[in-house]
Design a protein around this ligand. Structure first.
Ligand SMILES: Nc1ncnc2c1ncn2[C@@H]1O[C@H](COP(=O)(O)OP(=O)(O)O)[C@@H](O)[C@H]1O
Ligand SMILES: [Mg+2]
Length: 204
């Protein structure tokens, strides 16, 4: 039994109707994020991130691990160090998500958006179909690099239009001089909720 296995086992949840609540964890772990399917912790002793999936999303751990293996060598994706039944160990990324940049008013240049495009092309060349590309799955480091995480849906066959639509939002609004460069979190969350319900018509 290795250390990451033990650390992943230490993570305990409870749920109320709408949310998963973290109940317990090894004291060495620092919570750094929570998505739809997992809690993510920093393992400070070795600068890695431990992603522990909620029980109903456990099967995703192996799928995401395989995809990280397929992306190996593309520097904008974290390297996979280990995977288990319900967890992944990847490089910890010191940075801010695109969501954080927008809410904190940190400016995003068009070159960064082009770079995301180039990275997604590289993933496509490896036979993948990048999906679920949104503001919380793209990070910017203090050195100005971009990093992309949460690749579990990169093998889905259905086309995902999220990145195309996000790019349009950048070009049609964000890069325009009239658009404020600091956008409150509740406004972004509201736009995301409306988008998810498909209330914003998508011109094909
Ligand atoms: N390797 C990492 N380094 C730093 N932060 C991370 C890392 N992986 C995930 N996070 C943080 O945790 C959040 C949730 O992780 P993610 O992999 O997107 O989970 P989910 O599949 O549940 O959406 C991310 O939005 C990000 O803020
Ligand atoms: Mg995510």
């Amino acid at each position: 039994m290795n250390d990451y296995y033990r650390l992943a086992e230490s993570v305990k949840y409870t749920r109320n109707k709408r949310r998963v609540i973290l109940e317990g964890k090894d004291e060495s772990l620092t919570l750094i994020g929570m998505g739809r399917s997992a809690f993510v912790f920093k393992v400070p002793s070795d600068n890695k991130a431990l992603k522990v999936f909620f029980p109903e999303f456990k099967a995703i751990a192996q799928e995401e691990a395989e995809i990280y293996r397929m992306l190996k060598g593309i520097p904008q994706f974290p390297e996979l160090h280990e995977s288990g039944d319900n967890y992944l160990v990847i490089d910890y990324i010191e940075g801010l998500t695109l969501f954080d940049c927008l809410t904190q008013g940190i400016p995003i240049d068009p070159e960064k958006i082009q770079e995301v495009d180039r990275v997604l092309m590289l993933a496509k060349k490896r036979g993948l179909n990048p999906s679920d590309i949104h503001l919380r799955n793209i990070l910017f480091t203090s050195k100005g690099e971009i990093k992309m995480i949460d690749v579990a849906r990169f093998r889905q066959t259905k086309d995902c239009l999220q990145w195309r639509d996000l790019k349009r939002a950048f070009h049609w609004f964000y890069f325009k001089p009239f658009c404020p460069k600091k956008i409150p979190a509740h406004v972004l969350n509201m736009i995301a909720a409306v988008y998810k319900k498909r209330l914003i018509p998508s011109p094909h």
